[in-house]
Design a protein around this ligand. Structure first.
Ligand code: 5AD
Ligand code: SF4
Length: 431
């Protein structure tokens, strides 16, 4: 009987792809099969996120739960960003953990698997050209890494300390991977990196004359690629060439993530974001101009150290002007190793009140945006059976759309007229 592998994946799309890479290595080269029930697993992996404090706190109680109910002799491995950050401390605090594998050390999964107590957390290990086995959770879309690490030093962010320096992956490898994904049936390519539109700034063996718009065009030239999405771009690098390519390449889906973080130029400076409120507004409004149906999502941090009422009203002002189609908003969480953790903190109740105000206003905006979608027709790529019945997919511009139907729609792209727009899902009919 084959050994069974259970993986819990927290955090961002990079982590999801790292989990796929570990699944590839373990199923193709170590004989594991996947299970969704950890109690039957011979190996339990927790792929952690450390971007905010809460999940990190939960990690140790979770390890305890896994240990209590796991199969006799089953191993537990802690991977991902918290592994990079805490390293051997994890085994000291939880000796039941068999190994610790950092976010930048995924290619070493087979080494640590066989070494009780192994800790591999070098944040600058260069995996940019490692040939991982093939494994994808979805047969409809394929995540493809285009860079690893992050060279920005945003003062709130732990990621440069968990994923190390930024290195772009050679374009030939990216194109080969995208081609393989298309051959195995994926029509959508989802390009991943911490700062995708800084692609090409640095490769393992120096700089090459290629940037992100060039890469988008190269991927779109592959026969069989129908859609290209990417995350996460950085507002600082949203130059005209990038916006024009985004607007003019028909295979590039018209949804853009623009992580604002704060609408106050003063706070943006403290955050070391490299752009101002005016630059952000200029780029977002230019994007709306170039692509009238564009879907813009954003991340906002509330209660960054020193945030005043005036700074907060600048954030609300950007929200009013850009009217994001999707917003992820968080209360600032002080992180070890970051500059902002040592600054004077905003009172927790003030931050909570501001966060509620921001979210309440965004919910109103979202309801207005959803209503405006009624009777519009979108091309929808169907990729999931919805738990409440029906089939779901994304419109080209990033809305979740659901219609009646079943498996036969999966993997097809069809025009859908929106009949019942709701806040999170637009319901419609294939026309
Ligand atoms: N506190 C709260 N949110 C954070 N993020 C990153 N670091 C922190 C922090 N210390 C948010 C940012 C980022 C998203 C992935 O997580 O908004 O864009
Ligand atoms: Fe992803 Fe950042 Fe979380 Fe790491 S810390 S998993 S890079 S969101």
């Amino acid at each position: 009987m084959s050994k069974k592998l259970f993986i819990e994946t927290l955090g961002c799309a990079m982590n999801s792809r790292d989990s796929e890479h570990m699944m590839a290595e373990l199923t193709k080269k170590e004989g594991y099969t996947l299970t969704s029930d950890f109690k039957t697993a011979d190996l339990i992996l927790i792929n952690t996120c450390s971007v905010r404090e809460k999940p990190v706190q939960k990690l140790f109680s979770e390890i305890g739960q896994f240990n209590k109910h796991k199969k006799d002799g089953a191993k537990i491995g802690v991977c991902g960003c918290t592994a990079s950050h805490l390293g051997e401390e994890i085994i000291k605090r939880a000796p039941v953990v068999d190994f610790v594998l950092g976010a930048r050390n995924v290619s070493k999964i087979r080494d640590v698997l066989h070494k009780k107590g192994a800790v591999e957390v070098d944040i600058n290990h260069d995996e940019s050209e490692f040939a991982f086995g093939e494994f994808r959770n979805s047969s409809f879309k394929a995540m493809v890494n285009i860079s690893i690490g992050c060279d920005k030093q945003c003062s709130f962010c732990i990621v440069p300390h968990t994923r190390g320096d930024e290195i772009s992956i050679p374009a030939e490898l990216i194109i080969n991977e995208a081609k393989k994904a298309v051959q195995s049936g994926a029509k959508e390519i989802f390009l991943l990196g911490q700062n995708v539109n800084n692609y090409g700034a640095k490769f393992s063996n120096g700089k090459k004359d290629i940037d992100f718009p060039d890469l988008l065009n190269m991927v779109s030239d592959i026969d069989g690629v129908q859609r290209i999405r990417f995350t996460s771009p950085h507002p600082l690098h949203m130059d005209d060439k990038f916006l024009q390519t985004f607007a003019n390449n028909p295979k590039v889906c018209k949804s853009m993530h623009m992580p604002l973080q704060s609408g106050s130029s003063r706070i943006l400076k403290e955050m070391k974001r490299g752009y101002s409120k005016e630059w952000f507004l200029d780029r977002a409004l230019k994007l709306r101009d170039l692509v009238p149906d564009v879907h813009i999502s954003s991340d906002i941090i509330i209660g960054f150290p020193g945030e005043s009422e005036e700074d907060f009203s600048d954030t609300l002002d950007v929200l009013e002007k850009v009217r994001f189609e999707q917003l992820f908003s968080f209360k600032y969480s002080p992180r070890p190793l970051t500059k902002a953790a040592d600054m004077v903190q905003v009172d927790a109740s003030v931050a909570s009140r501001r966060l509620s105000e921001l979210q309440a206003r965004h919910t109103e905006i979202l309801d207005e945006i959803s209503l405006c979608q009624k009777d519009k027709v979108f091309d929808v790529y169907f990729e999931e059976l919805r738990s409440e019945g029906g089939v779901g997919g994304r419109s080209d511009n990033g809305f979740m759309v659901q219609v009646e139907g079943s498996e036969e729609l999966l993997g097809t792209t069809l025009p859908v007229k929106i009949t019942n727009p709701r806040r999170m899902v637009l319901y419609g009919e294939v026309v």
